[in-house]
Every structure is written in structure tokens, then in C-alpha cells.
Design a protein around this ligand. Structure first.
Ligand SMILES: [Zn+2]
Length: 385
């Protein structure tokens, strides 16, 4: 397949540049050609951009991490300098790998808003989030100054990354703030938009068109999909089969399915057998697969690789055309293990990554209950209004 990737969320927890260099080694070993960096989210902004010093001074640091109401008391901070990015991009290029940067807009922006509060509808001072979930504070997309600021950020990103693809997120966007914002309401009237959801779609269209105008191809998470998007926009599926069905008719699609390819989820939830079953997506008109490592609950290099491997090996095999059973794949997985041993890269054993039955179920339930609140669950399932 044309697209064989892995995503690392460096926002929820920060990973040193050395760790990303190791991820590039893994990509090389597995014949993957894309490394997607989720650089920004509510819990941290991880890239230095010229002329926007508050991004690194304020948005790159949170004081603590709160899970189930319990505060860790340990700060999480860090960002990649322009020099870091330059050297990482060059290393990736030397290994035939493209680095795709993602800045997530117009939701998941609490860190950005902590640095630049005037980008929100209300304009109040906010903090980089210490907890996880979906937040009502989003960009004020009715404000032209905000839109031009976001375009400036995208332009700077394009200058730093030679990647043909630029990811702009567009997932999980509550529209509550827009309902009571004079600027957002004024924009809806001026554009004759029916409701806040139409405003969301308008913004996604405007931003994806902007990326195209810079001669790059935008990728968005599938939530942002709607019928008016330019057909060159790449849709990254993570949930919602209905959108996947629709999007495949017109757009290039990357598969990162919540049930198969979220490698931060426990092995009990998606064991290697399930990753292998992802070939069922081959029936769709897709350009490839990407394994994702969200890092709400991954706070170390060791855990990152143990969650990633060997599941990413199996996905890489599927993306590289493997169509057989797990048993026949084991010798190949052992070859990969030897390569990881040589590089001192940790991994989970094939046995532990094949967990099933009651133990697997309990592991999944415990993890999911920690990860998601009831309100977020309603949002993800589309039952929130
Ligand atoms: Zn607004």
C-alpha cells in the first residue's frame, strides 16, 4: 500500500528527540514510510514556531496530570526546537520516511488558548489542561483575526516540514461556545449557514483549501468529513463506519480504526490477532494504514515501544500485503524482535500481545473506564444532543 504509517501523540506526554529517532529506526525496520506527529492538543503544544514565543513559554508546560480526580503533582513539559525538527526531518528523509506534522484545530486547543486567549470566543484566561477528554473551549472560527492566525501557524508548519501531507486534526469539536458568540453568529448569518455544524464544516473546508493553496495535501480525522470538501483531502478514519463508507467514494482514506489500530489501548482490547484482521478494510478504497499511539496513559519511552510492538509489526505486514494467518507470521515477527534487540528497543512478547478471554476483557474494561468519561462517550457515539 502507498501509505504505511505510525502516529505518536507527543502532546499528552512529551518524548525526547532521541525517542523519535528510535521510532524512525522502527519505521525503517518495518518498511513504513510515514511518521505522523500529533504535535498539539489540550495538554501541550510541542513545537517552536517563529514569532509565537508564548507557544513554548506557556503552552508547552502543564503542572500536573489528573487521572480519575487524582493529581500526579508532576509537571509535563517540553517542545521541539526548529533545530530538532530540522535534524529529525533530515534523518527521516535519509531513511525514506516522511514526517507528517499535525496541529489539531479548531478543537483540542486548550494549550494554544492558554498562550493566546484571544483566539477563543470568550477570551478568558485558560490553563493548559491537566486532565483528558473533550473540552468546550475551541477556536472562535467566526473571528477573522483567529482564522488568519491559524493560517499563519499552518504556513510556518509548511515551511518547516517538506511533507506532501499536512494534518490539521478537525476531530471532536463541540460547538456550544459558537452558539452564544456574537462573532460566530454574525459569520453564520453572513455566510447564510444553517447551524453551528455548518460553521464547523465551513471552517474545515476553508482550512483544507488553504493547505491545498500552499501545494500540500491536507489530512483530517474523519469527524471533519463533509460533502463539500475538495476531493484531494485525505480522510483518516478512526471511528464511524458510516463516514468511512461515504468518504471512500470520493477521497483517499487512511485507516486508523479505534478497535484495531489504537495501540495505546491494552493488548486485551486489540491483540495481534485483531490487528491482523484489519485486512477486512482492504475492501474499502484506501491508500493505507496507520497505527496510533495516543499517550494519555503512556508516560515513558519503554511503555511507548511496548504498546507499539509487536502490534505495529503485524499492521506493517498487512500494509505490505500479508494476507495469511498469525501462525505463519510468527517467524517474521521473531526476525523483527532480533532487529529490535540489536537497537535496544523494548517490545511486548508475542504471547503477551495475543491475550484473549476473561483476562483480556477485564484489562479492556479497566483501561476504558479510566480513559473516557460518560459525557465523552456520548460525544464519541454521537448521542450528545
Ligand atoms: Zn466565536
Amino acid at each position: 500500500m502507498d501509505y504505511r504509517g505510525v502516529m505518536v501523540d507527543v502532546s499528552r506526554h512529551f518524548f525526547e528527540i532521541d525517542t523519535l529517532e528510535e521510532v524512525i529506526k522502527v519505521c525503517k525496520i518495518l518498511n513504513l514510510n510515514y511518521l505522523h506527529l500529533h504535535l498539539t492538543d489540550d495538554q501541550g503544544w510541542r513545537i517552536e514556531l517563529d514569532g509565537l514565543p508564548r507557544l513554548t513559554e506557556i503552552a508547552s508546560r502543564r503542572s500536573s496530570t489528573i487521572v480519575r480526580g487524582k493529581s500526579s503533582g508532576i509537571s509535563v513539559e517540553g517542545y521541539y526546537s526548529r533545530e530538532d525538527i530540522k535534524s529529525l526531518v533530515s534523518l527521516a528523509q535519509d531513511n525514506g520516511i516522511n514526517i507528517i506534522p499535525e496541529i489539531d484545530i479548531p478543537g483540542h486547543v486548550l494549550a494554544l488558548l492558554a498562550a493566546y486567549p484571544d483566539l477563543s470566543c470568550v477570551g478568558n484566561q485558560l490553563s493548559v489542561s491537566e486532565s483528558f477528554g473533550i473540552f468546550e473551549e475551541v477556536l472562535c472560527v467566526g473571528n477573522d483575526l483567529v482564522v488568519s492566525k491559524v493560517k499563519e501557524i499552518i504556513r510556518k508548519l509548511v515551511d518547516m516540514f517538506p511533507s506532501e501531507y499536512i494534518h490539521i486534526g478537525c476531530d471532536e469539536v463541540p460547538t456550544k461556545r459558537w452558539k452564544s458568540c456574537p462573532k460566530c453568529q454574525q459569520k453564520m448569518r453572513a455566510l447564510n449557514l444553517e447551524n453551528e455544524k455548518s460553521l464547523y464544516h465551513y471552517f474545515v473546508k476553508e482550512m483544507t483549501d488553504y493547505v491545498l493553496s500552499l501545494h500540500r495535501i491536507p489530512i483530517i480525522w474523519s469527524d471533519g468529513y463533509h460533502k463539500k470538501l475538495d476531493e484531494r483531502v485525505v480522510i483518516q478514519h478512526w471511528n464511524h463506519r458510516k463516514i468511512l463508507n461515504e468518504a471512500c467514494k470520493k477521497h483517499p482514506v487512511i485507516i486508523s480504526d479505534l478497535r484495531h489500530h489504537y495501540f495505546d489501548y491494552p493488548h486485551g482490547f486489540s491483540p495481534v490477532q485483531k490487528v491482523l484482521k484489519s485486512k477486512s478494510f482492504n475492501n474499502y478504497n484506501i491508500i493505507g494504514y496507520e497505527g496510533t499511539l495516543w499517550t494519555e496513559h503512556i508516560d515513558s519511552r519503554e511503555k511507548l515501544f511496548k504498546q507499539m510492538l509487536p502490534r505495529l509489526c503485524v499492521l506493517a505486514e498487512v500494509a505490505n500485503g500479508y494476507n495469511g494467518q498469525l501462525g505463519d507470521l510468527i517467524p517474521r515477527l521473531k526476525v523483527y524482535q532480533k532487529a529490535f534487540d540489536q537497537e535496544d528497543i523494548p517490545y511486548t512478547s508475542i504471547e503477551d500481545a495475543s491475550i484473549t478471554g476473561i483476562k483480556a476483557m477485564l484489562e479492556s474494561v479497566c483501561f476504558l473506564s479510566r480513559l473516557i468519561t460518560f459525557n465523552d462517550l456520548l460525544y464519541v457515539l454521537g448521542l450528545n444532543n
